[in-house]
Design a protein around this ligand. Structure first.
Ligand code: B12
Length: 211
């Protein structure tokens, strides 16, 4: 791995915001592809952070400062992940489901969707079923995107799909879901229109649902 990617990886793990910002900029100056910086530097680091948490080597505060460092790096990377002059292909409203505060993955998916020309509304984190339903009712979304990182909050995706059916709004919108514990099979089982394991495949999925 390029030395600079290793430095970014270590910076995220150590939660060193300034270091990550500077090294992401350096990597871009060295003409490394933004997607490589993202995947091999930052996302790989968050996977390692998750592993350390699972092993009991990291606690919530370490996880949190790593997340902040990742977000600082993402801010530097964002303009480079976006491509200019693309026509809008649809409206997406994205949120992390009720009870869940993880938003790095959601934000990344939103960034990539924006880059692909979608008009994206951020419903935030800890989004209630009602708020998702309102976003559809108000006509602000062709697609609803739900993110969940906890096995305990995933079921709120099903509650949202069920509430949309009950409100007679299900046919008006496509529903896509994602997040670490979510699977294709789960998406099918709750009646969502699709699942994607990462942000670039989320874009391909959203595009495929707009045709
Ligand atoms: C950072 C982090 C935190 C941060 C979050 C900061 C933030 N602003 O997001 C903080 C410290 C707050 C946190 C808190 C907690 N966390 Co946490 N956290 C993580 C960690 C390390 C990384 C998550 C992350 O950002 N990954 C990087 C992003 C880029 O990946 P991603 O989110 O998976 O998103 C990608 C895809 O999934 C997909 N995607 C995501 N959303 C969507 C949506 C759609 C529509 C689509 C199509 C695709 C898609 O595309 C994304 C981009 O490629 C994970 C470990 C892990 N490996 O996931 C644990 C993890 C998710 N946390 C965990 C736990 C247990 C908790 C806490 C309960 C800990 C505690 N005791 O308090 C709390 C819960 C707080 C709450 N109510 O939400 C567990 C969950 C276990 C489980 N199975 O339920 C994990 C898996 C750690 C572990 N290995 O045990 N956490």
């Amino acid at each position: 791995m390029e030395a600079i990617l290793e430095q970014i990886f270590n910076g995220v793990i150590d939660g060193d915001q300034e270091d990550v910002e500077q090294n992401v900029q350096k990597a871009l100056d060295q003409n490394l592809p933004p997607a490589k910086v993202l995947n091999e530097g930052m996302i790989a680091a968050m996977t390692e952070v998750g592993r350390r948490f699972e092993e009991g080597d990291y606690y919530v505060p370490e996880m949190l400062i790593a997340a902040r460092a990742m977000q600082a790096g993402l801010a530097v990377l964002k303009p480079h992940l976006l491509q200019a002059d693309i026509k809008t292909t649809g409206k997406v409203a994205m949120g992390t489901v009720s009870g869940d505060l993880h938003d790095i993955g959601k934000n990344l998916v939103m960034m990539m969707l924006e880059g692909a020309g979608f008009e994206v509304t951020d419903l935030g984190t800890d989004v209630s079923v009602q708020k998702f339903v309102e976003a559809v009712r108000s006509g602000d979304a062709d697609i609803i995107g739900m993110s969940a990182l906890l096995t305990t909050t995933m079921s709120n995706m099903k509650s949202t799909v069920d509430a949309l059916v009950e409100a007679g709004l299900r046919e008006r919108v496509k529903i896509i879901i994602g997040g670490a514990p979510v699977t294709e099979e789960y998406a099918r089982s709750i009646g969502a229109d699709g699942y994607a394991p990462d942000a670039s495949r989320a874009v391909a999925l959203a595009k495929s649902l707009m045709v």
